[in-house]
Design a protein around this ligand. Structure first.
Ligand code: RAT
Ligand code: ZN
Length: 435
């Protein structure tokens, strides 16, 4: 009877979620044409390459760098000494202190174990050298196929940071550098909104005359810059990460950041029909010695997002926030505006307890009209664990929600479950892009 139906339903939902491919809407991954730190039998390694993969990159992920400095503090191993160590020595250090000297049960540690296991390696070997040897035999491009297959990812969205010299120069040197069909481009330009004066200097150097006052000709230059780079990276949307202090006060708000948004970014995006992704709440470099691991989060202002959605009905906004405390208000805001798409459990929220809570709350408030997760993978192989863990959590929430509906006598068919799950993992993103 009812119990049997409930357990069948649970099994179906888990199977469907396991089989549904994902279009990962935000990663920091690249095709091998951008250079790769770990070469393969057919590919030379490039120490500044942007494609990170393999066990040493997994172990030196900035989430784990932060964790290792808690147990071997900088008073024992100064930051500068750690950064001087080679990649393998850093990985050895993290392996010893976070995997062998204490158990690897943080989410970032567990992620390494899931990744190894799903690649067919055996975490119980605890054989870092053996894992290294296995990766050394792989070809980076073939490995991308294997990882995508294992993770069930159909397409990887990049983050193409135009203000990063290393990346910008690769686009300028080779217009086809991003042409790999497994990857989609996203133009990322934080300095335009976070530091207009600094950005204006660089734009001028790059042939787009602009000044700190943002006069009419600077607006035109900056618009041309954004257009040119949208075209160059074939951007499917544009994105920024913003601090907790980010505010948009409406049409009379004449702060420079707000003017750049209103006069440069949003008009170009509307003209191109592209969404704008705002990732809000990153407080940068509270401990600069930690490098990428030195950022934290803070409470942000949902009202600013609401104001943007209301005043720019011709623009579409993806939004994610870094503070747990912002999630409810943001989900409620999405009920008010069809041009707002809430996505992902970002960075410090990408932990099972929080993914469960946030996903449940979003589905209760928004039904199937949200994008529950993105991976934020910086190391190719991380796609495997990020999606493995997220699928399990999203499936658990869906099982509960379908079972609650079925308690009334409503029945969901297998096809309907497949339809719904596809929306969450691919469809909502694809339709929001189209507008
Ligand atoms: O999640 C992360 O790895 C962060 O370092 C950032 O990349 C963040 O996701 C961002 O895109 O700024
Ligand atoms: Zn990111």
């Amino acid at each position: 009877g009812a119990e049997r139906r409930a357990s069948e339903l649970a099994a179906t939902v888990r199977r469907v979620v396991g089989e549904q491919s994902v279009w990962d809407m935000h990663t920091h991954l690249y095709p091998p044409t951008f250079g790769t730190t770990l070469g393969g039998p057919k590919v030379k390694s490039d120490p500044n390459g942007l494609l990170l993969w393999g066990v040493d990159e997994l172990l030196t992920y900035h989430y784990l760098v932060a964790e290792v400095f808690r147990v071997v503090p900088a008073t024992e191993l100064p930051y500068a000494d750690f950064w001087k160590m080679g990649k393998q020595a850093q990985a050895d250090h993290i392996w010893k202190h976070l995997f062998l000297d204490r158990s690897p049960i943080s989410e970032a540690c567990r992620g390494v174990l899931t990744t190894l296991k799903n690649l067919g390696l055996d975490p119980s070997d605890r054989d870092l050298k053996g894992y290294r040897n296995w990766f050394a035999e792989q070809d980076p491009s073939d490995h991308i196929d294997r990882v995508m297959e294992t993770a069930g990812v159909s397409r990887i969205t990049m983050t193409n940071a135009v203000f990063d010299d290393n990346e910008r120069e690769r686009w300028l040197a080779d217009p086809k550098v991003g042409a790999d069909p497994r990857f989609a481009g996203v133009l990322r330009f934080d300095p335009l909104l976070r530091d207009w004066a600094g950005a204006a200097k660089l734009l001028t150097e790059w042939g787009y005359d602009a000044n700190a006052d943002l006069d009419a000709s600077s607006v035109e230059s900056a618009q041309r810059f954004v257009r040119d780079w949208i075209d160059r990276v074939g951007a499917i949307y544009c994105a920024v990460s913003l601090p907790p202090e980010f505010r948009y006060g409406g049409a009379d708000d004449n702060s420079t950041g707000s003017r750049v948004l209103r006069e440069v970014v949003l008009p170009v995006l509307e003209e191109r029909g592209l969404p704008f992704a705002m990732m809000i709440g990153s407080r940068m470099q509270v401990n600069p010695s930690l490098g990428d691991a030195g950022d934290m989060g803070g409470l942000s202002d949902v009202v600013s997002v609401v104001t943007l959605c209301r005043e720019f009905p011709g623009n579409r906004f993806f939004c994610t926030m870094l503070a747990r405390e912002n999630q409810h208000e943001l989900a409620v805001a999405a009920r008010k505006f069809g041009n707002l798409m809430v996505f992902g459990c970002w960075w410090f929220l990408n932990n099972p307890s929080l993914v469960d809570e946030i996903t449940r709350m979003r589905i209760e408030l928004l039904g199937l009209s949200c994008i529950p997760q993105h991976s934020d993978a910086r190391v190719l192989d991380q796609l495997i664990y990020k999606w493995d863990h997220s699928r399990e959590l999203i499936a658990t929430v869906l099982v509960d929600k379908y079972q609650d509906a079925e308690k009334t006598g409503w029945r969901v068919t297998d096809d309907e479950i497949r339809r719904d799950v596809k929306l969450l993992f691919e469809g909502n993103f694809a339709s929001f892009l189209k507008g």
